[in-house]
Design a protein around this ligand. Structure first.
Ligand code: HEM
Length: 350
């Protein structure tokens, strides 16, 4: 069954409890195995991936029930901190390229709502979900005063980073990132792929990052791949970037010190679906990061997910847990899954 793009989360009238079924059906559950380790986990994009509760991954861009809420949140964050949108001068052509490809992908995925058509010497973009119509010519700033990334970023839930390939390396020289998980786009902009991954444990000795970069540099125009990453987040906050740490950091302590019963609604499994796309005109790499948040109470409606999550969290090595910032919250999550989530003590696989 196809989800209705732009629909709101439903509240079941009989119980007054949130009905998580829409979010669960489209949730990209990130644990294919009982243990989690870093790897160059890439696979071709646009292949739907069935899960125990539904499926995900049909398109590189995904509009779901949270569309309007997340776009409003992005607008709020951007107006408070314009450094979340940056484009170094040499990346302007790549930003136009990215906008155009994203419009094509949105129109391809949601033809009932979106279209990109030739009009006169330029183009006409239509987004029926938001009531947006815009005629523009690629590269003509007067037709896109908010800039190509600013314009398209108001219309999709994905964060965007653009990387230029030069001197045998990739450089993150442009992007629009409002939902970073414990990193700062403003700090990373202009840095190389290897520098950006500097703080990640294990991957350097294991060669994961140089291998990933070599793979990305070989991508052909139009090729798209994807991977997932995950963490735990409190209270469903999408903006857990370094800049706003004072706003979200203390939530971890109040979660751990608070009542166990509240953990099911407060603690969320956050999956990032990341797409890696070679842009055809500029040769830049477009990195899309889409963040999905699922409260543990919703996770527990799928027994396989509850058991697997407890298992992975329990086994996760301390250095990875520390880097991800889940050292204490994972313990609360495991306890909640055992007490309230139907996962048996001693045997996470239940
Ligand atoms: C973090 C791998 C592509 C930006 C990470 C982590 C891994 C990883 C394992 C640690 C995640 C965690 O534990 O939560 C990879 C692989 C890639 C890839 C295998 C490609 C195949 C990219 C690209 C960018 C990027 C294209 C764009 C700039 C980041 C950032 C972090 C990160 C900003 C957080 C670093 C920090 O703590 O400051 N990546 N990544 N990654 N990655 Fe990647």
């Amino acid at each position: 069954e196809r989800r209705d793009p732009g629909a709101r989360t439903v509240t079941a009238p009989a119980t007054g409890k949130a009905d998580h079924s829409v979010a669960v059906a489209g949730f990209p559950f990130p644990f294919p195995k009982e243990t989690y380790r870093y790897s160059t986990n890439v696979e071709p994009a646009s292949v739907p991936r069935p899960t125990a509760a539904g499926s995900w991954g049909e398109h590189p861009v995904d509009i779901d029930h949270a569309y309007r809420d997340e776009l409003a949140e992005r607008a709020r964050i951007l107006s408070a901190d314009p450094s979340r949108l940056q484009c170094l001068p040499h990346m302007v052509p790549a930003a136009w390229d990215a906008m155009f490809v994203l419009m094509e992908q949105l129109a391809d995925a949601y033809p009932q709502h979106m279209s990109l058509t030739r009009e006169g010497g330029g183009w006409h973009w239509h987004n029926g979900l938001l009531g947006i119509d815009r005629c523009f010519a690629v590269g003509e700033t007067s037709s896109m005063p908010e800039g190509p990334l600013g314009f398209i970023g108001q219309q999709l839930q994905e964060d965007i980073v653009l990387l230029e390939q030069r001197d045998g390396e990739l450089w993150a020289d442009a992007g629009l990132v409002t939902f970073a998980a414990d990193w700062s786009f403003g700090f990373d902009v202009g840095m190389s792929f290897l520098e950006i991954h500097g703080p990640v444990p294990r991957v350097h000795d294991e060669g994961v990052i140089p291998r990933a970069q070599a793979f990305l540099m070989r991508l052909e125009p139009g090729q798209s791949y994807r991977r997932t990453n995950w963490t735990l987040t409190v209270d469903g906050k999408l903006d857990t970037s370094t800049e706003t740490y004072p706003e979200w950091g203390p939530d971890r302590t109040t979660l751990v010190d608070g009542p166990l019963a509240a953990v099911g609604d407060r603690l969320h499994l956050r999956t990032e679906v990341q797409h890696l796309i070679r842009l055809p005109e500029s040769n830049a790499i477009m990195f899309l990061i889409r963040s999905y948040l699922l409260p543990f109470a919703a996770l527990a409606t799928v027994p396989e997910w509850a058991a697997r999550t407890a298992e992975v969290l329990e086994e996760l090595p301390a250095d990875m847990a520390e880097y991800k910032g889940v050292t204490r919250t994972r313990e609360a999550g495991i306890r909640w899954l055992r007490e309230y989530g139907g996962v048996c003590e001693g045997s996470a696989a239940g």
